[in-house]
Design a protein around this ligand. Structure first.
Ligand SMILES: Nc1ncnc2c1ncn2[C@@H]1O[C@H](COP(=O)(O)OP(=O)(O)OP(=O)(O)O)[C@@H](O)[C@H]1O
Ligand SMILES: [Mg+2]
Length: 382
């Protein structure tokens, strides 16, 4: 798939911009704070109905305005598909093919994107909640029903925690409501956990060989989904039911502790992902470079996984990362995307960017919320 056109209104520092893109590499060049990340954020938000860098939608609206609008035309499977997203302080309106989508889970997934930004190092270095968010976003764009289940789970989790708090503070002593909640809670918790576990296994299948190539076969990566729910079963054909039974039993065993804490202690909201390089957790022991290679391998793996699941390559958004990758890693990246993946890159200058990337790229100059096509990039400065 590729994004043919995009127009943005009152989005961040853009009053209005209209852009037409080619299928290959698009480079946004400009000084700091001119709007380079904002334009990638607009593409990401068009795809995911959510920013990659804020959970406060209102921040996306240009100051002193009351809405932001992003419209795009996607080309996939030989057809053009218009998408639009309007953000107001009251909520979002998302349209595909001019039809409003009442559920965002029906909107997300029409346009697939993979973003690689400096913050993505936190995928490896950061907190478990960031890694869970990563899984949720990526799984959600491949499998919209997952987002629906996740929302349901979060609702039950909130109700369950609320009830546990009431028991903790002795506002009630009746636990029958908890039994009812546990039925729904266990079903959704296991659904989410197994989907995440499968996603991580598939992602690892792609990421491991990519990682090995980037590290020139000097390092081996392992990725595991660390679940708080016991996933060992004796009969894999009946996995869902077995895992659910185990969870229900454990909820009974832990009930006193959960009431004591006023919190749900077992479930996908407590899970994590570990990246192990050469037998050691790269989060704890990895060098900056090893962490970056791991994050890059995971992102490139996502491209392959999305292709496998949807039969279309996603868009790749590279914010400020190209010049941070050494020659070998850049070459690897370019080979991986060459001719298949529409790629958007931001940089403050052309230094550090592979000449081959530049030669094939369409360049835009970004200056204080305006974007202009550049005919020629001055290669001589390099
Ligand atoms: N809601 C908003 N309304 C208006 N301007 C905004 C809004 N949000 C952010 N900005 C402005 O957008 C500007 C550009 O931000 P952006 O992050 O895109 O810069 P950049 O070109 O990526 O810079 P850098 O090279 O430093 O990463 C910032 O100066 C910021 O003040
Ligand atoms: Mg930026």
């Amino acid at each position: 798939m590729f994004l043919e056109k995009m127009s943005i209104d009152h989005f961040r520092n853009y009053d209005h911009a209209e852009l037409a893109f080619s299928q290959g590499v698009t480079l946004f060049l400009g000084q700091n704070a001119q709007g380079k990340t904002n334009v990638l954020e607009a593409i990401y938000t068009l795809a995911m109905a959510k920013s990659h860098r804020t959970s406060t939608d209102k921040d996306l609206i240009q100051w002193q305005h009351d809405y932001a609008k992003i419209e795009g035309r996607i080309h996939k499977r030989g057809q053009s598909l218009p998408m639009s997203l309007i953000v107001t302080s009251k909520g979002k309106k998302a349209k595909v093919n001019h039809l409003e989508q009442k559920r965002l889970s029906h909107y997300i997934g029409n346009l697939n994107v993979v973003m690689f930004a400096p913050e993505d190092l936190s995928l490896v270095k950061g907190s478990p909640s960031g890694r869970r968010r990563f899984i949720d976003m990526e799984l959600g764009q491949m499998l919209p029903v997952y987002l629906y289940d996740l929302t349901q789970f979060q609702r039950i989790l909130q109700q369950r925690n609320h009830y546990l708090k009431r028991l903790q503070t002795r506002k009630t002593t009746d636990t029958t409501m908890l039994d009812v909640l546990d039925e729904q809670y266990s079903e959704l918790a296991v659904k989410i956990t197994l989907k995440r576990r499968d996603f991580v296994e598939q992602l690892a299948g792609y990421a491991i060989p990519i990682h090995s190539q980037i590290s020139r076969e000097t390092e081996t990566l392992q990725i595991s989904y660390d679940s708080s729910v016991n996933l060992t079963v004796t009969n894999t054909a009946d996995e869902f039911n077995q895992v659910r039974e185990q969870l229900l039993e454990e909820l009974v065993q832990k009930r006193a502790r959960e009431i004591d804490r006023g919190l749900s202690l077992i479930g996908p909201h407590r899970d994590d992902l570990s990246f192990i390089v050469n037998e050691r957790n790269v989060q704890v022991f990895g060098s900056q470079g090893q962490q970056r290679t791991t994050a890059l391998a995971v992102k490139l793996a996502e491209i392959d996984l999305i292709f496998k699941e949807t039969n279309e390559y996603p868009l790749l958004l590279l914010d400020d990362v190209l010049s941070e990758l050494d020659g070998h890693r850049q070459t690897h990246l370019l080979n991986a995307i060459q001719g298949k993946v529409q790629t958007f890159v931001t940089a403050t200058g052309v230094e550090g960017i592979h000449h081959q990337t530049l030669a094939n790229a369409t360049c835009f100059n970004v200056d204080n919320g305006t974007i202009n096509r550049m005919d020629e990039v001055d290669n001589d400065d390099r």
